[in-house]
Design a protein around this ligand. Structure first.
Ligand code: HEC
Length: 447
């Protein structure tokens, strides 16, 4: 009787066009899927705290994997793929999710051993390849129960000659405490600085009550004669899940002086729990074969940007508030990469451009804001935005109890405190990397 009923179900499934009764196994269907979409982070030494490489490991998380993929929590990709799509987009299709669900439901069988695919070769110590040079960031000890720290950190370097970098990549040591980095480069004229290593390594901006100029002096940044060297902004950035973007040869890139300093401005460490944490992060440099012909340019809307937050970024307790920032561009540009930025009260984000002809150019939509996954989204092809277009960033903040990430209970008024970077204050930014438009840019592949 029981057998008959099962046969009936099988026939029903077949009738629904879902008749693939083949058992889903680890080696045949699950491992290929995990190795393509998950083990970049879920492997020994990856950024997630558990591995999904072996059958034993994947088995333990079978139900959780089915759940987080169905809920589209994993792989992390907050941007709506139906609005715009980007390089390296990580979005599972329905068939993949069903494989994980069926495997979890059917007792997680191993499958024929010889069918197991080879794990991709993950570069060690870099997300993008084998770096030409690796510079350690001075190690930092965070005691147990330490609050958020915001450090200015000096990372000096000396090279045999002037050269070009295609990419400068920050690699966190302990990715569970390194929240973000925004790094500039100090460029010395060779004769003007004898020793780039002299001076302090850290200034704690919250504890050492010094101004920025004094902080730079404590780090020994001035030239030997007391004058100031050149500072190039934003050459090395890191946010959770974000690694350096490498553009096709000749686009982007940086001129590296023989003597210089990466000035991490700032390095934000999250709070620690009961254990102390030692972080040894480092910076990878990938040299460029050809000098950059079209160096990248950047502007940002919102906090500290070219256009203000409207009406303002004061979010009263128990309210949901929508804010905007609008900037009209004077000349044609080609957009390569966009980066929306909000903190814990963020709920939704949308960025688009309105052209003088009345068209809307979609840039990015994040229907469910996730503080942990703030990517720099690079378009597959550059997006041309004509002169006179208004770029609009639209953000929604939820300062109610319904927001599970609300840092305050009961909710309190939260604002930008004039550009504070603390996670419990707010920010609203839309950062845009672009080039002045050249004919043909629209068909230029960035993949
Ligand atoms: C970009 C990196 C990345 C990718 C890709 C990724 N994960 Fe994750 N995953 C994480 C991180 C980080 C966490 C948070 C927990 C941690 O700190 O390890 C996590 C958490 C999880 C959790 C636990 C969720 C919870 O609530 O504790 C599951 C299950 C999971 N991932 C499964 C997957 C699966 C399945 C895939 C592929 C389809 C995948 N992940 C792809 C980084 C990633």
């Amino acid at each position: 009787m029981r057998k008959l009923m099962l046969a009936g179900v099988a026939m029903l499934l077949a009738a629904c066009g879902n008749g693939d009764r083949e058992t889903v196994t680890f080696t045949e269907q699950v491992a290929p899927l995990l190795y393509k979409n998950c083990t970049g982070c879920h492997r020994p030494g990856g950024s997630a705290h558990f591995s999904l490489v072996t059958w034993e490991e994947a088995k333990k998380y079978a139900k959780a994997n089915a759940y987080v993929t169905r809920q589209r929590i994993m792989p992390p990709w907050p941007a709506d793929p139906h609005y715009t799509s980007f390089v390296g987009q990580r979005v599972l299709d329905e068939k993949d999710i069903e494989i994980l669900e069926r495997w979890a439901a059917n007792g997680t069988p191993m499958g024929p051993e010889d069918k197991l695919p080879k794990l991709p070769d993950y570069p060690i110590g870099s997300e993008t390849g084998t770096p030409d040079m690796r510079i350690p960031v001075p190690p930092f000890r965070l005691p147990a129960n330490s609050p958020d720290r915001f450090l200015l950190v000096k990372v000096p370097f000396e090279l045999p000659n002037d050269t070009f970098a295609a990419l400068i990549e920050f690699m966190p040591g302990r990715s569970n405490v390194v929240h973000h980095v925004n790094g500039d480069m100090v460029r010395y004229a060779y004769e003007q600085k004898k020793d780039v290593y002299a001076g302090g390594q850290f200034v704690d901006m919250a504890r050492d009550t010094v101004g920025l100029k004094q902080a730079y002096e404590l780090l020994g940044l001035p030239n030997d004669d007391g004058s100031w060297p050149a500072l190039q902004k934003s050459v090395v950035n890191y946010l959770p899940g974000v690694f350096g973007q490498r553009y096709p040869e000749g686009i982007g890139g940086y001129r590296l002086p023989r003597k210089g300093v990466f000035l991490l401005n700032d390095l934000h460490y999250g709070f620690t729990k009961k254990d102390e944490v030692f972080d040894s992060s480092y910076i990878n440099i990938f040299f460029a074969k050809v000098p950059p012909q079209r160096p990248l340019q950047e502007f940002q809307l919102g906090t500290w940007g070219v256009a203000p937050v409207e009406p303002n970024l004061v979010i009263e307790a128990n309210t949901v508030k929508t804010v905007y920032s609008r900037y009209t561009i004077p000349a044609d540009i080609s957009i390569l990469t966009v980066n929306p930025h909000m903190h814990l009260l963020g709920k939704r984000f949308k960025g688009y451009a309105l052209t003088p002809a009345g068209d809307t150019i979609r840039l990015v939509s994040i229907p469910k804001w996730d503080f942990n996954w703030q990517y720099f989204y690079t378009f597959k092809k550059m997006v041309r935005v004509p002169a006179g277009s208004t770029i609009v960033a639209e953000g929604v903040y939820d300062n109610t109890r319904q927001n599970p990430n609300n840092p305050f209970s009961p909710p309190q008024e939260v604002s930008d405190k004039n550009g504070s970077m603390k996670a419990t204050d707010e920010m609203f930014q839309f950062i845009i990397s672009y080039l002045p438009y050249q004919p043909g840019d629209e068909s230029f592949s960035l993949e």
